[in-house]
Design a protein around this ligand. Structure first.
Ligand SMILES: Nc1ncnc2c1ncn2[C@@H]1O[C@H](COP(=O)(O)OP(=O)(O)OP(=O)(O)O)[C@@H](O)[C@H]1O
Length: 261
């Protein structure tokens, strides 16, 4: 039987006295496309940041590709593993952020080749060949020599996607990748992601406030509230026949605000 590529068991995360994730359990299977939805502050971004090892955890266990992300201390507390282990584990995962975080003084091509050359010691010719293929995939093959400041927000975000893919991760995390974009630029980014979802067997986790996109993109939707999963299932079930009152009222508000679900 297939093993989960991500396994989250009894995960807890607090910031000081604020508990943000409270005993969370879920598995993600290889190739699965998962959408994490829920009210603001429910802990969705924190989960992605923990998987990316940008946040430590307060308790529980996470496995990525069959290995623990964190090592257990003798005291029983989970702590970040040593840098070498983290470095290895980070290679499994790529992340695209709300604010593109491109290097402003590097060209589009350099933005994409930098990490493979520096962290994997890839030869420039190899890194550039793949970067050009990825630019082609995101529809920006004519922008390789542009600087980020010469691009629109949608183009910047497509470069950010290409950059994350350049390290050939098994898992991609997308954190509200369209919420900083002008509305007319949203669609071009969503199109790239839909294509990626349809054409690759990469495992993808998406945090989004765009319910229509979550509907079209995901195999499974997790609805979060207060750091816990309230309800989960295929999009058709969550969006058209939710079972839990909290899911129903969340979706009612979204629809009242004029969104497609
Ligand atoms: N570094 C931090 N220090 C203190 N509190 C934090 C920190 N990061 C997140 N939080 C708090 O944790 C809670 C969950 O935040 P998170 O960003 O994960 O929620 P979210 O569901 O992604 O929300 P949104 O949909 O608005 O992005 C919020 O109350 C937030 O203020």
């Amino acid at each position: 039987m297939d093993q989960p590529i991500i396994r989250i068991q009894n995960l807890r995360k607090s910031f000081g006295t604020l508990t943000v994730i409270d005993g969370l359990n879920f598995d993600v299977m290889k190739g699965e496309k998962l959408a994490l939805i829920g009210p603001s502050g429910s802990g969705k971004t924190t989960i992605l940041r923990i998987l990316m090892t940008l946040e430590d955890i307060s308790g529980g266990r996470i496995e990525v590709c069959g290995e623990p992300l964190y090592h257990m201390q003798r005291s029983g507390a989970e702590v970040p593993a040593d840098e070498a282990h983290l470095h290895k584990m980070r290679r499994h995962i790529g992340m695209v952020f709300q604010h593109f975080n491109l290097f402003p003084h590097k060209s589009v091509l350099q933005n994409i080749t930098l990490a493979p050359m520096l962290t994997k010691g890839e030869a420039r010719a190899v890194a550039e060949k793949r970067a050009r293929e990825l630019l082609d995939m995101v529809g920006l093959s004519d922008k390789a020599d542009y600087m980020p400041s010469q691009l629109s927000g949608g183009q910047k975000q497509r470069v950010a996607i290409a950059r994350a893919l350049a390290l050939q991760p098994q898992i991609m995390l997308f954190d509200e990748v369209t919420s900083a974009l002008d509305p007319e630029l949203v669609e071009e980014v969503l199109e790239v992601m839909k294509r990626l979802a349809a054409e690759t067997d990469m495992t993808m986790l998406l945090v989004t406030h765009e319910m229509g996109f979550a509907h079209d993109f995901a195999d499974r939707v997790l609805f979060f509230d207060k750091g816990r999963i309230v309800e989960q299932g295929p999009p058709a079930q969550i969006f058209t026949a939710p079972q839990e009152d909290r899911t129903k009222s969340f979706l009612r508000k979204i629809i009242a605000a004029g969104q497609r679900v």
